[in-house]
Design a protein around this ligand. Structure first.
Ligand code: PMP
Length: 416
């Protein structure tokens, strides 16, 4: 991108204004300004999310759905309001298709344990990709071992892209479901999910998308994608931890058995027979995470007010700048060079263990992640035990990339 274009993007997208919304970014760590580059693990929270949590516990706290009193009705109203905000935000057809979960992981487990158990028979296949997070591997492994089905794996190429022809070949009449990430947390690859969903549907195979890493960077329209299930976490999209969403098409959710039993997921209970509640409550047993759900609503408001086109341009430019600067450092090897990437750069540095890179950068106030990123099969595919990973959010800057590059020079000096 030319300099003129860069300036135009930066003017359209006022990163300083955004940074002001995130109080945590103002602090220093070990006497250095905090440079937070671990957004794929979890994002920071804008003040309006933090204030909503505080306001909820100061003014509203009560249990939902059961009370006749003022506070319970208010809490129920705000809780359900978030469901409606999410519905609108992802363009689902109905609030019945929005199931609150603890996060992406729970959403995937829910589908494996309900839809999966109901439909997987001996000899059937579940198809996932090499680049999946453990949370989109292990629930399917558990299901397959229970039902004597087989887990099939779509290979990826050396750039870290799904080989779509192999995907197509691996979808067979035995495939009960295919599940893959929209965006890889370890490589940054953005998969062509709409196209891949179309291919699966042409073979009558339902699709679950792990949207954990896509939601903070893209405006997702589940109807346009035609996803059957789409699972994501609030904490990666500037909302609180402990709350997430499983979107599911009503036709699937209606025919699936409940996930957990308990209060709220029932219409009536006798010792002889229990009648389950309607959607979405059939899948929400017990007292939910009320406060965080309501504060998640504030995160959706925050995201909804942003211009995603300029965010995407800005983040793309930042990714290109960081890739260029890191690639210029001798000894750095970037793992994951897909044509379409979101804000993640995984790398190794010759002669230095990724954990040492992370520890030295930490002393410079720079937070990155090192390890296998809950994607050990990806590490095996690329023949490395671990990588150092930086991941951007909309509040990161070119100056922070420069600080990172200086920090890596420091690492090299120490290990020279
Ligand atoms: N899938 C991907 C691609 C992820 O990056 C993560 C979080 N690192 C998860 C699933 C799991 O998300 P959570 O821990 O919020 O359930």
């Amino acid at each position: 991108m030319s300099n003129t274009n860069t300036i135009a993007v930066e003017q359209a997208f006022d990163v300083e204004k955004i940074r002001n919304d995130f109080p945590i970014l103002k602090q220093s760590v070990y006497g250095k300004p905090l440079v937070y580059l671990d957004n794929a693990a979890t994002s920071q929270k804008p003040k309006m999310v933090i204030d909503t949590l505080c306001r909820y516990y100061t003014k509203t706290n009560a249990n939902v759905h059961r009370g006749v009193h003022f506070l319970s009705e208010k809490a129920s109203h705000e809780y359900e309001e978030t469901r409606e905000k999410v519905r609108q935000y992802i363009n689902a057809s109905s609030h019945e298709e929005i199931i609150f979960t603890r996060g992406t992981t729970e959403g995937i487990n829910l589908v494996a344990q309900t839809f999966g158990r109901q439909n997987v028979r001996e000899g059937d296949e579940i198809l996932i990709s090499t680049m999946e997070h453990h949370s989109n591997i292990v629930p399917w492994q558990m299901l397959c071992s229970e039902g004597r089905a087989t887990l099939k794996i779509i290979p990826i190429n050396d750039k870290g892209e799904i080989i779509v022809e192999e995907y197509e070949r691996l979808l067979t009449p035995r495939t009960t479901l295919t599940a893959f990430a929209h965006v890889s947390n370890s490589l940054g690859t953005v998969n062509s999910v709409k196209h891949m969903i179309e291919i699966a549907h042409n073979k009558n195979v339902p699709v679950l998308i792990d949207g954990a890493q896509a939601m903070p960077h893209y405006r997702i329209d589940v109807r346009d994608l035609d996803a059957d299930f789409y699972s994501f976490s609030s904490h990666k999209m500037f909302g609180p931890t402990g709350i997430g969403v499983l979107y599911g098409k009503k036709s699937f959710l209606e025919s699936m058995p409940p996930y957990q039993g308990g209060g709220d997921m029932i219409k009536s209970v006798t010792f002889e027979k229990t009648l389950y509640n309607d959607l979405p409550y059939k899948f929400e047993a017990g007292t939910p995470n009320i406060a965080d759900t309501i504060a998640f609503g504030a995160a959706i408001d925050y995201l909804g007010a942003l211009d995603f086109e300029s965010i995407q341009e800005y983040e793309h430019e930042l990714l290109e700048y960081a890739t260029e600067r890191l690639s210029a450092i001798e000894g750095i090897n970037i793992i994951g060079t897909a044509e379409h990437k979101a804000s993640v750069i995984s790398f190794t540095l010759e002669g230095v263990h990724p954990h040492d890179i992370g520890t030295i950068l930490d002393r410079e106030g720079i937070a990155i992640r090192t390890g296998h990123h809950c994607a050990q099969p990806v590490m095996q595919r690329f023949g490395v035990p671990a990588t150092a990973r930086i991941s951007f959010a909309l509040y990161n800057t070119r100056e922070e990339v420069d600080a990172l590059v200086n920090g890596i020079s420091r690492v090299k000096e120490i290990f020279a």
